[in-house]
Design a protein around this ligand. Structure first.
Ligand code: SF4
Length: 722
């Protein structure tokens, strides 16, 4: 096995005689959206080893430390093996039968829907569900329960990338593939700590750079100088939230220096005149003032991008988690359209998804405004197509998009949504403005949670807790960041009575009287039905079968059995808007929703560390990962610490208008002055460091993605008297 270390070193472990005695199954790492292929070695019902799959195009055998330690999160003492219920909020959870647990949900949901209508119930799901789970939850809610209230934690992660692609290119998903990394000679990494959050992809970029250091150029824009910037030719330490100004200024330089592709713009795009007029107003000197970086650095970065033979851009939460996340995504895509750096080998904009199946979720309609097959709730012909396939009368699917994550929790807190079913996610750590999220779950009449562990910060608030089968214990499919669909084989049996999430939902549907529509014999039957809803759509997977996927992954679209999958889209310059053209979208720079002021003078930004995953329900159980980053921290520039009397290691309270968190300080000059950083992984079960107590739930008006990367705070040193 090859494991990338945080130093960039690769540790290789050879196969041992014991390894040869294991049963090996193909799967995919269940953590980040890189979607590394893995081989899972098991014996007598236990997962004992994992190895990187050399035949998988995402990683070619490489894994990071999280992927390499997967077996340690499978068999843990807190695995949930049986349904549990509580009879009253003050009472403890008690074991229950599946029939009693699902029967209670069915009875309560019938009552709530009868008294308050279908929008009084909701599902809050996860980019870690498999495609089959996602499809069933959407069919159940949108087709049968009559509510579009299905939103996902992907709303916190990728929604701005979705709206960016949709508005610029006319369809969701990145045009290119990971193999473009080995063909590109310029990388723009903006709003992404790729080294920490997508380590295997970063390793491919790093290797590309090291092999041709003079020819391959790397540009990094980030308020924190992370390890990602170690390979940068130009590092732009921008103020948080100023990306639109930077991107407009880069386009200004491209125009001014004659580095745009006039032929491509004329043939394949629309909206050029408006964007050209806008960026005229963004000379690098103006952006330098807004972004806090040197104008010369902006000019140099733009020239490297504009002169590249093939340029790729990567980004993730740093652009997406913003009240202007869609504009930031449009800004990156504008650069590619203006230079013709799209739809050809080694070139293109490429959003890095945070979760393993964020893409599959979008494909199956896993956001509140979507239906399966990249269809829209608001489009009558789309609703009709789905109703026909589901055997429903016309008009059954509501034309009103459901509640997105933040609004769902707000309406629950206000008592309008009466019950929520949470699958495979831990919102009591990951949602912004956590005190509101807590009020929401306390206010709800019935909180149902499917999980693999108990306790988590969310399962502690469940009225009905249902045991889900996890990675390696069931089969299904995922789609990673490059539109690549992989099949995950089952390696072992789930513990006790745990079931795959799709089966739990089908059992519930049967109790509601919809057994025929949810009588799937297995995961493959679910997939086949979902597949039929993609025919003729941009993501057509008519040619993808479980049998083909067992041979190896396939990239959509892949419409026929003979089709060999699609590495790159838009290769003919025809885009998905009705006129076939990609659209330049002009956005003025706007400040974040909550700028610092006299009362709250610092900007707080949040993010991840390399060796933890999301809310640590899995990685927090793995000693070797905990050892690398044992506790939460507050990163702070010495210039900001000194006036407050804060020294290295001092405990500091970070206070915002909504709440507070505390952690020990790490002083560093690698963060932009005026900004502080805390990782979001540590939740209430770990102590007081829960940073999302402080973050804001203000969101982008188009994507509805909250601004987890920016809110105003003040810092207070914790003394023995406080
Ligand atoms: S966490 Fe991401 S980069 Fe690491 S092994 Fe898993 S999929 Fe690959």
């Amino acid at each position: 096995m090859q494991v990338v270390q945080d130093t960039g070193e690769i540790i290789e472990t050879p196969l041992t005689p014991e390894d040869l005695a294991l049963s090996w199954k193909k799967s995919v790492c269940p953590y980040c959206g890189v979607g590394c292929g893995v081989l899972v070695g098991s014996k007598t019902g236990r997962v004992l080893k994992v190895r990187g799959d050399h035949n998988h195009p995402a990683n070619h055998g490489l894994l990071c430390g999280k992927g390499a330690t997967l077996p340690q999160m499978v068999h843990t003492p807190d695995r949930l093996a049986h349904p549990m219920m509580r009879t009253a909020r003050q009472a403890g959870l008690q074991p229950a039968s599946w029939d009693d647990a699902l029967g209670r949900i069915a009875a309560e949901w019938r009552r709530i829907i009868r008294d308050h209508g279908p929008n009084a119930v909701a599902f809050y799901v996860s980019g870690q569900l498999l495609t089959e789970d996602y499809y069933v939850v959407n069919k159940l809610a949108k087709g049968f329960l009559g509510t579009n209230n299905v939103d996902s934690n992907s709303r916190l992660c990728m929604a701005s990338a979705v709206s960016g692609y949709m508005t610029s290119l006319g369809a969701d998903a990145p045009p290119g593939c990971y193999a473009d990394i080995e063909l590109a000679d310029c990388f723009l990494l903006i709003g992404t700590n790729t080294a920490a959050c997508h380590p295997v992809t970063f390793e491919r970029i790093r290797r590309r750079k090291l092999r041709a250091p003079g020819r391959v150029k790397v540009l990094v824009a980030d308020p924190r100088k992370t390890r990602t910037a170690d390979i940068a030719d130009i590092y732009l330490p921008i103020r948080p939230g100023t990306d639109v100004a930077l991107l407009n200024a880069m386009l200004h330089v491209l125009v001014r220096d004659g580095l745009t592709d006039a032929r491509y713009i004329q043939r394949h795009t629309s909206g050029w005149d408006a964007i050209a007029a806008l960026v005229e107003q963004y000379p690098p000197e103006r952006a330098a003032e807004l972004c806090g970086v040197a104008a010369d650095a902006i000019i140099a970065a733009a020239r490297l991008f504009g002169r590249a033979r093939a340029a790729m851009s990567f980004w993730s939460m740093g652009l997406n988690q913003s009240t202007h996340g869609t504009a930031k995504n449009n800004g990156v895509i504008n650069l590619h359209m203006a230079t013709g750096q799209i739809g050809r080998p080694g070139a293109g904009p490429f959003s890095l998804t945070g979760q393993p199946n964020a893409m599959g979720g979008r494909e199956t309609g896993g956001l509140a405004h979507l239906l399966p097959g990249h269809r829209l709730v608001a489009d009558e012909s789309h609703r009709r197509a789905v109703e026909t396939l589901w055997g429903l009368p016309a008009g059954r699917i509501s034309p009103t998009p459901g509640l997105t994550a933040v609004d769902l929790f707000k309406q629950m807190a206000e008592g309008r949504v009466k019950s929520v079913w949470i699958l495979c996610t831990n919102p009591m750590v990951s949602m912004p403005n956590l005190s509101l999220a807590r009020r929401a779950l306390e206010q709800a009449e019935l909180v149902i949670v499917n999980d693999i562990y108990h306790p988590t910060e969310t399962t502690q608030l469940a009225d009905v807790l249902l045991p889900a089968a996890q990675w390696s214990e069931r089969d299904g499919t995922v789609t990673n960041s490059e539109r690549c669909i992989s099949y995950l084989e089952q390696a072992i049996e789930p513990p006790g009575e745990a079931l795959p999430d799709w089966q739990i939902l089908c059992r519930f549907a049967q109790m509601m009287g919809w057994g025929e529509a949810f009588g799937f014999a297995n995961a493959e039957a679910v997939y086949e039905e979902y597949k039929s809803l993609t025919r003729g759509q941009d993501l057509d997977i008519g040619g993808v079968t479980y049998d083909r996927l067992k041979q190896g992954p396939l990239q959509w679209p892949c419409p026929t059995p003979q089709h060999r999958s699609t590495m790159r889209r838009y290769t003919t310059g025809v885009f998905s808007h009705p006129d076939g053209k990609a659209r330049f979208l002009a956005h003025e720079y706007k400040a974040p929703a909550e700028p610092p002021d006299a009362q709250f003078p610092m900007a707080l930004t949040t993010g991840r560390v390399r060796d933890q995953w999301h809310t640590m329900t899995r990685t927090g159980k793995i000693p070797v990962l905990m050892k690398k980053e044992p506790e939460p921290f507050l990163e702070l520039h010495p210039q900001d610490a000194a006036p407050l009397g804060i020294g290295e290691g001092d405990r500091v309270t970070v206070r915002s208008r909504r709440g507070e968190a505390s952690a020990k300080t790490r002083l560093t000059t690698t963060i932009t002055p005026g900004t502080c950083f805390m990782p979001f992984h540590w939740g209430g079960l770990w102590g007081e460091a829960v940073v999302n107590q402080a973050t804001t739930d203000a969101y982008d008006p188009t994507s509805k993605q909250p601004e987890l990367k920016f809110c105003a705070v003040r810092l207070e040193k914790v003394t023995s008297d406080t």
